[in-house]
Design a protein around this ligand. Structure first.
Ligand code: MRU
Length: 330
């Protein structure tokens, strides 16, 4: 996998040969983005199945359960991680022998990776119909090829707009504190020849108030039955500002990002280390000993969201009903 902590300065790859290395890669954000960590978790279990020298089915299942726990505890907010891990465990439990478990889980992880790209292409097509020729779209964080197996969710919509023959421009927020917007989205779009301008997070209001933005598309880490969306810290501010300026605000995510069981208060928001806020590029930008609040995600309420773009269609408000219908039909 690409070591995303090194971008945009160097394009370096990491090779993981055991599940603990995958867990480290997720923990350190070498791989990040909800679908990417879901599929990485699945491959972590596939590696665990190959690593284990278990001779009996139950012994191997216990080994996998332990690996699942370690992988699951790496990051708490994105629901795709637990989704990917559970899917692989289901497949493992259907097998009759240790050899069969190994084959089933490796095949299932590979299929999950292939499916992710197809899902994003379908999602992108559905989202592209919501935008017009020459629109400028704002996005926050990185919900692109880097955050998935390929193509991307929010950036998949942008890729699909371009592929449909329309012109599209992107405004990417830098996404403090760890700059997924400037390091990853700007890198990815520039690499693919898509017109992108970078803004400081603090210029969201300015660009919207000055008519520079026609729509917003962001990704998601978890979407509830009620339409509450958990995504990168700052998403709520972007959505609020979009509402203020009557700009449509869309969320793009696969069905694997939905959590139909939890209430907003059940969701754990990952808190990250203070140095992400007190330093920039390893240089101190705040006084020693300062107290820091550094949540990695926030919650955008449904009333700020114009639509949720999925591979099976676009859910529109009221989300309580449209999300239920989306799942009932699929
Ligand atoms: O902390 P990160 O970089 O993993 O956060 C990523 C995001 O918030 C993305 O918008 C989300 O995971 C969707 S990725 C298709």
């Amino acid at each position: 996998m690409i070591d995303q902590t090194k971008l945009p300065n160097t394009l370096e790859f990491i090779t993981c040969t055991n599940f603990n290395q995958i867990a480290d890669a997720i923990r350190t954000l070498a791989v990040r983005g909800a679908p990417a960590i879901g599929v990485s978790g699945a491959f972590g279990l596939a590696l665990a199945a190959l690593q284990s020298d278990a001779k009996e089915k139950d012994e191997l299942i216990n080994y996998l359960e332990n690996a699942k726990k370690i992988l699951f505890e790496t990051r708490p907010t994105a629901v795709n991680l637990v989704w990917g891990l559970q899917k692989i465990m289901q497949v493992a439990k259907m097998a009759n022998t240790v050899d069969e478990i190994r084959k089933f889980v490796v095949d299932a992880a590979k299929k999950m990776a292939d499916d992710d790209i197809q899902t994003n292409i379908s999602l992108g097509k559905n989202g592209s119909k919501l935008f017009n020729d020459n629109d400028t779209i704002m996005t926050h964080c990185n919900a692109g090829a880097l955050a998935t197996v390929g193509y991307g969710t929010a950036l998949g919509v942008i890729r699909a707009i371009k592929e449909s023959g329309k012109n599209v421009k992107v405004i990417a927020t830098e996404t403090r504190p760890i700059q997924q917007g400037s390091r990853l989205t700007a890198f990815e779009l520039k690499h693919d020849g898509i017109d992108v301008s970078l803004i400081p997070d603090t210029a969201v209001g300015y660009t919207m108030a000055n008519g520079l933005v026609n729509g917003v598309v962001v990704g998601a880490d978890r979407i509830l039955q009620t339409g509450h969306v958990f995504n990168k810290i700052g998403t709520y501010q972007v959505a609020t500002m979009a509402k203020q300026h009557n700009i449509p605000f869309y969320v793009a995510a696969p069905l694997s990002t939905f959590d139909l069981q939890s209430k907003p208060t059940d969701v754990i928001i990952e808190q990250r280390k203070a140095s992400e806020v007190t330093e920039i590029g390893g240089k101190k930008t705040a006084p020693d000993g300062i107290d820091v609040i550094n949540p990695a995600f926030d919650m955008t309420p449904p009333e700020l969201i114009s639509g949720i773009i999925t591979e099976k269609g676009v859910a529109k408000p009221p989300f309580q009903e449209s999300i239920k219908e989306l799942f009932a039909a699929n």
